[in-house]
Design a protein around this ligand. Structure first.
Ligand code: ZN
Length: 435
């Protein structure tokens, strides 16, 4: 694909080439540096909100679809969606309960042990989590008798946290809330946020809020999917309306630096297909020296081209090829009369199914461990969601694993499908069958 030219195309040329006009649109600016956005990363077409599971009485109603089109800033390389949907609409009744994944709970427990030891946390400390969900993580600090505060905008999941003894404020985080909490003496020694940074529409307000709230000498950790992995491994289904931003380490470093926060360490994690855990401190706090991991990752991202616009422009073609390979596999299976069902109903599955056009013609149903989703339907594709036991009853030839980042855990749980010759299909990084 010739990338430089598509980037540089003038408005006049665009209007003569149908199909390329949609790659540009006027008016939008980078949510970090405010430069005009003009470079296409990938256009996944129109898609419904991926957490809007439908109840049975909603399937005959109209359903809103929004563009799922990611741009990358030519100045700071922040990959981003426009804010098509107001976050209040997405997050106030959230269907995602973190505690339904065993591996995510283990990951969180391990994190609390690590932080307690490394930063000497105890009864004198405060740990604050942004987007604390159902208390899946803070509960382990509570067990250690370390004071905690959760901040979670979705009232239904926050209630679950409070019920299990995790103090939780139902609020959106930003400068305003940070000032209030700081004024009331609630400045944390450890301020964390897992998979929240991507979901923040006003990124600068959020990061400035963290600067205000963090205790002098305190530490921030944030986990987010790593853009390097997303691009190297075709993880385009981790793009959805709830994720406004997609970060490399290089770009994250700039965003934090702009608010007086320095990244002094980084870890690469296997979660969500490959995430970063960044460690930040106040720029003026010289007690924590940058680790070698910071230099090493910065160098690796530069070597991978993440500071050059042509690397970004090359991504879309690999997404299209991933779709073609997956559809090829599905079409062959259906021609042979095979029964294919899904496992999982994660947000990423909805991006994948809508982009690929996979509906009940290809996938009879899917299952999920979260009872909130049982009896509901996937947005857009209207594939029904059942409890996991339905797989045993249906004896499918193939189980299509939508949360591919948990494929080992799921293949282990469902190893019984081999009793009737069942196999697994995993879509990403490319469609593969596992016997
Ligand atoms: Zn920018």
């Amino acid at each position: 694909m010739s990338n430089e030219t598509s980037v540089m195309t003038s408005k006049e040329t665009q209007s003569k080439e149908p199909g390329t006009t949609a790659r540009k649109r006027g008016g939008s600016n980078c949510r970090f540096c405010a430069a005009p956005l003009s470079v296409n990363l990938v256009d996944l077409g129109m898609s419904p909100l991926c957490e809007s599971y439908l109840a049975a009485d909603q399937v005959n109603a109209m359903e809103p679809f929004y563009p799922l089109h990611v741009f990358v800033c030519g100045q700071c390389f922040l990959a981003q969606l426009e804010e098509y949907v107001q976050p209040e609409h997405i997050f106030s009744e959230y269907a995602y309960f973190s505690s339904y994944s065993d591996s995510w709970l283990r990951h969180s427990k391990k994190y609390t042990d690590l932080m307690t030891q490394r930063f000497g946390l105890g009864a004198h400390s405060l740990v604050t989590e942004l987007a604390s969900n159902d208390g899946y993580l803070l509960q382990y600090f509570v067990e250690k008798r370390i004071p905690v505060l959760g901040i979670e905008p979705a009232a239904n999941v926050a209630k679950v946290a409070v019920d299990k003894g995790v103090p939780t404020l139902v609020e959106f985080f930003g400068v305003d809330l940070a000032r209030k909490l700081a004024a009331s003496g609630q400045r944390p020694d450890l301020l964390l946020g897992n998979n929240v940074l991507a979901q923040v529409p006003d990124l600068n307000d959020f990061v400035e809020g963290m600067k205000i709230l963090l205790k002098p000498g305190g530490v921030i950790t944030m986990e987010f999917p790593h853009l390097l992995r997303l691009m190297d491994e075709n993880q385009f289904d981790t793009i959805y309306h709830e994720h406004f931003s997609y970060f490399s380490f290089l770009t994250a470093e700039r965003i934090f630096a702009a608010q007086g926060l320095t990244l002094f360490d980084v870890e690469e994690l296997s979660t969500h297909g490959g995430s970063l855990r960044i460690y930040a401190r106040h720029a003026e706090d010289v007690t924590k020296s940058p680790t070698l991991a910071v230099d090493e990752l910065r160098q690796r991202e530069e070597n991978a081209g993440l500071n050059r616009i042509d690397r970004y422009a090359a991504f879309e073609e690999s997404v299209k090829e991933t779709k073609r390979k997956l559809l090829d596999l599905f079409i062959r299976a259906k021609r042979e009369g095979k029964k294919v069902v899904g496992y999982g109903a994660p947000g990423k599955g909805n991006t994948l199914l809508n982009y690929c056009g996979i509906r009940t013609d290809m996938l009879d149903f899917t299952v999920d461990r979260n009872p909130y989703k049982h009896g509901r339907f996937l947005p857009g594709t209207h594939i029904p969601i059942f409890p996991p036991e339905q797989i045993r009853a249906a004896k499918p030839d193939y189980v299509f694993i939508l949360p591919w980042n948990l494929k080992e855990e799921i293949m282990e749980q469902l190893s019984y499908i081999r009793d009737w010759g069942g196999k697994f299909i995993v879509p990403i990084p490319e469609a593969m069958v596992y016997e």
